[in-house]
Design a protein around this ligand. Structure first.
Ligand code: ADP
Ligand code: MG
Length: 575
């Protein structure tokens, strides 16, 4: 089936052609005619990377009247990155319509600029829930004439706690609008939204419900927690051309893993919410340009990343919401390409494996970490391929050759080859010399065996470290960090009595106490000396503060938008 047969206007067909889309994808084939021909609501389920944006974008652009200035279409999506991506896509789709104005509305950027853009008359608004609610409250956006609402990545929006915002936003839209909901998975909450807000919707499912792409190979490796990083390095070293995303569970873990990779000379960068927007944009640009090979990211920061050609997704640790696994693995195998998704699991996590298998509806094969010898062979071949293919700049190199010739004249051809290969390759050989087996096939494991392994383990330097022995450092780092958490660092006592506050943010939102303290001081307008002991859990925290500033602090921080548009909430704890 062609785009033309779907019933789209010529302007839209031309735009699609200039994007290089030849044929519509399966979800587009099924959804577009329905959205053009019927007035019914629609639920579209298809895995990531299957072209859902165009599946609702093309029919929305096709039906909006661009000669009018009223807002007729609304797209709601979970993150800033996705919001920008979708509005760019929509701007492409509508490029042949005069007067088309697609406006992105998202948190963390100037609201005034966005208001100005809206005032010029936006026929379609693409928004994240938090900022859009703000605009509605300030009466800066008029949704009373909206005919089409698309909820993109509905499952993610619910995961991120946007349920109430979405409820409130939809109340501000007319009853007779059409609601289109797109999602990769169909958890109960999405079913609930579909029931609540939609009137007998058409349901389109492409592929198995909640299933992942057939183009993705899923593998898992069993590893002890203390070998997780070694395991990661082995996998990367065995794939010299890897172009991948490594997912971690928290911001802290993300920056730790990225730091260690960078120190070992890997081409890696972290991407998480503690970075400024400019930093994040820079990292994304470098990754997109393939200036860096590995992106180490949190789920939230990597949401909406639409980079083709990603070869591997590595789950350094599984996400808390296992459903997010399909979002992670969906970063690879985009646009019909193939990809690999890898899980590192310790013995205790075996039960999670079954859960992931259920979600992707297929069995996941166990793989063994490559041995040191496997890796050396692979790297050596890669080096030789590089030598064979290297482009020789005859003219530039000519002036140096006679001196080189002089130095090497006493060696035979064979000797020279061996020496050049060794010069480049010795560091790999010494890394993986004595490399032990890090596959963890123990069921519970015997302590004696482990002790043995550890002793041998100390010899393994691993990685692309030029500086032998550097790998030992993290051990003392780790100790320092632990100390910091338990007593030193920010765990000070506020003088006199203190009030304990409960905050709905934790390690998942802020990489460390310092970051949380900065936010509290800035947003609450209080001095750091008024803050005392801080206990951060994954999802929430307790902070002791001087009673005299508690009220001011609460007022300042309640409702502050954090990454993803979620609102910070704080109250006096009665624990
Ligand atoms: P999803 O929202 O389902 O995860 P996207 O809408 O982000 O997927 O599309 C994934 C990629 O596929 C994008 O790079 C997009 O430009 C491309 N794409 C979408 N539709 C087509 C098509 N019909 N032909 C070729 N490429 C397409
Ligand atoms: Mg999408």
């Amino acid at each position: 089936m062609t785009f033309k047969e779907l019933g789209l206007k010529q302007e839209v067909l031309d735009a699609v052609a200039s994007l290089g889309f030849v044929d519509p994808s399966p979800i587009q084939q099924e959804a577009i005619p329905q959205l053009l021909e019927t007035e019914r609501d629609l639920v579209g389920l298809a895995q990531t990377g299957t072209g859902k944006t165009a599946a609702f974008g093309l029919p929305m652009v096709n039906q909006v009247d661009f000669s009018s200035k009223t807002t007729q279409g609304l797209v709601i999506c979970p993150t800033r990155e996705l919001c920008i991506q979708i509005s760019k896509d929509f701007q492409q789709f509508s490029r042949n319509f005069r007067g088309a104005n697609i406006v992105p509305v998202y948190g963390g950027a100037s609201i005034d600029t966005q208001v100005r853009q809206l005032n010029r008359g936006a026929q379609i608004v693409v928004a994240t829930p938090g900022r859009l609610m703000d605009m509605i409250k300030r009466k800066r956006v008029d949704l009373s004439q909206v005919s089409y609402v698309a909820l993109d990545e509905a499952d993610e929006m619910l995961n991120m706690g946007f349920k109430e915002d979405i409820d409130a936003i939809l109340e501000n839209t007319p009853n007779d609008k059409q609601t289109w909901l797109f999602s990769a998975t169909m958890p109960k909450e999405v079913v609930r939204i579909a029931k609540n807000y939609m009137d007998n919707p058409i349901e389109i499912t492409v592929g198995t419900k909640n299933a992942a792409s057939k183009n993705i190979e899923h593998h898992f490796y069993k590893v002890n927690d203390r070998d997780r990083f070694h395991g990661l390095k082995r996998i990367i070293d065995f794939e010299p051309n890897i172009y991948g995303v490594i997912f971690c569970r928290t911001r802290r873990e993300t920056s730790e893993v990225a730091d260690k990779l960078i120190k070992s000379n890997y081409s890696a960068e972290p991407l998480h919410g503690d970075l400024s927007q400019a930093q994040r944009d820079r990292v994304m640009k470098a990754f997109r340009n393939k200036d860096i090979q590995l992106l180490v990211a949190t789920d939230v920061a990597a949401r909406g990343i639409d980079v083709d050609d990603i070869t591997h997704v590595i789950n350094y640790n599984l996400p808390d919401e296992i459903e997010s696994y399909t979002h992670r693995s969906g970063r690879t195998a985009r646009a019909g390409k193939k990809g690999t998704s890898i899980l590192l699991l310790n013995t205790r996590e075996s039960n999670k494996l079954r859960f992931v298998e259920k979600i992707i509806n297929s069995k996941i094969d166990q793989k063994k970490f490559p041995t040191g010898k496997d890796i050396c062979e692979k790297q050596l071949m890669q080096l030789i391929d590089k030598v064979v293919e290297v482009e020789v700049k005859e003219e530039q190199i000519a002036p140096y050759l006679s001196a080189v010739d002089e130095k090497l004249k006493e060696f035979s051809k064979e000797e020279i080859i061996t020496k050049f290969v060794s010069a480049e390759f010795n560091r790999f050989l010494s890394y993986y010399e004595n490399a032990r087996d890090i596959n963890d096939d123990s069921r519970g494991g015997s302590d004696r065996g482990r002790g043995n392994e550890r002793r041998r383990g100390d010899r393994e330097r691993g990685g692309r470290d030029r500086d032998r022995g550097r790998d030992r450092k993290p051990r003392s780092d780790r100790r320092e960090r632990r100390g910091d958490k338990d007593n030193g660092g920010f765990n000070r006592n506020v003088e006199g009595e203190s009030t304990t506050l409960f905050l709905n943010v934790g390690e998942k939102d802020f990489s460390d106490k310092g970051h949380l303290i900065r936010v509290l001081c800035q947003e609450g307008g209080v001095a750091g000396k008024n803050l005392g002991k801080i206990r951060m859990m994954d999802n929430f925290s307790f902070v002791d503060v001087a009673p005299k500033i508690a009220g001011k602090l609460l007022k300042g921080i309640n409702g502050v938008e954090i990454e993803g548009g979620r609102k910070m909430r704080a109250e006096v704890s009665n624990q």
